[in-house]
Structure formats: structure tokens, C-alpha cells
Design a protein around this ligand. Structure first.
Ligand code: ATP
Length: 136
């Protein structure tokens, strides 16, 4: 099987750089989609959610924040606000972030509703991905 070159880049550096067989995104801007080597060029937004790579039949699960994904002849580049492997997610930290966001939303006078809602979405997705796929 031809390999797909994949880079996942965040403002804090590279979260992944290597070759995979397949990528699957649960929440691309256009819905769910998969990418294999040789995929047609593509540029899409990415919503907060799970990002899965498969190599030699073995899946790896990631959390990715909002961002963009580009596929071209060279491979695939994901630019995301944040990205962690499911195994690296700190569930207690995500629980604390969820509680903070919920408390702010409950006040209903939050000046930045969209910002707080995104923080809540990140926390909930991190918890879900860690619980489903985070065991080392
Ligand atoms: P927090 O409020 O806990 O910082 P956040 O959603 O605001 O959460 P991000 O802005 O998405 O955090 O990410 C900031 C950095 O912290 C990134 O490097 C990200 O990978 C890391 N990070 C955030 N939350 C977690 C977590 N629960 N487990 C592991 N790494 C995390």
C-alpha cells in the first residue's frame, strides 16, 4: 500500500510527522472523510474532534482542535490549534476545563460565548477520545 506523508502542526510545534497508510477525520468541514495516498488535492477546515491514522492495520487516535487540512501531491498537512494523541490526554485537566466552561456558560452573561463554547467542545471531545481510545 502506498504511504501518505502526514504532518500535524500546531502553534507549539509538530504533533506528528511521518508516513501512514490512511487518515480518517470525524469532523472535517465537509463531514466525515478519509484520505489515502494519491488523494485528489483538497483544502478543508477541521472542526474540534477525533483524527485517526492507520498504519499497517494499526489505528492511532488523536484529538485535534480547530484548524485546516490540506492534501496535495506531497501528502497531507494539518494545521490545528492543538493536537494530542489519545494516550497523552490529561483527563483531569479536561474535566477542569469543562467545569470552568460550564460555569461561565451558566452565568449567561459571558461576553465571548463562542470562545467559551469552543473551550467546552474541546474539553468534551478530549474526555470522550481519552475514555474510548486513551489506554496505553
Ligand atoms: P486548558 O484550559 O486546559 O488549557 P484548552 O482547551 O484551552 O485547555 P488548548 O488551547 O486546546 O487548551 O491547548 C493548549 C495546549 O495544552 C496544547 O499544547 C494542548 O495540546 C495542551 N492541552 C490542553 N488540554 C490538554 C489535556 N487535557 N491533555 C493534554 N494536553 C492538553
Amino acid at each position: 500500500m502506498d504511504k501518505l506523508k502526514l504532518e500535524i502542526v500546531t502553534p507549539r510545534g509538530s504533533a506528528f510527522s511521518g508516513e501512514v497508510d490512511e487518515v480518517f477525520m470525524a469532523k472535517g468541514g465537509m463531514g466525515e472523510f478519509g484520505v489515502l495516498a494519491g488523494h485528489a488535492p483538497l483544502l478543508t477546515t477541521l472542526r474540534i474532534g477525533a483524527f485517526i491514522t492507520k498504519t499497517d492495520g494499526k489505528p492511532s487516535y488523536y484529538f485535534v482542535g480547530a484548524g485546516f487540512a490540506e492534501v496535495n501531491q506531497q501528502g497531507m498537512v494539518v494545521l490545528a490549534d492543538s493536537a494530542e494523541r489519545a494516550e497523552d490526554i490529561d483527563v483531569n485537566r479536561a474535566m477542569a476545563a469543562k467545569q470552568r466552561a460550564e460555569a461561565l456558560l451558566a452565568k449567561k452573561d459571558s461576553e465571548d460565548f463562542a470562545h467559551v463554547q469552543s473551550a467546552l467542545d474541546r474539553a468534551m471531545e478530549r474526555i470522550r477520545i481519552a475514555e474510548e481510545h486513551g489506554r496505553k
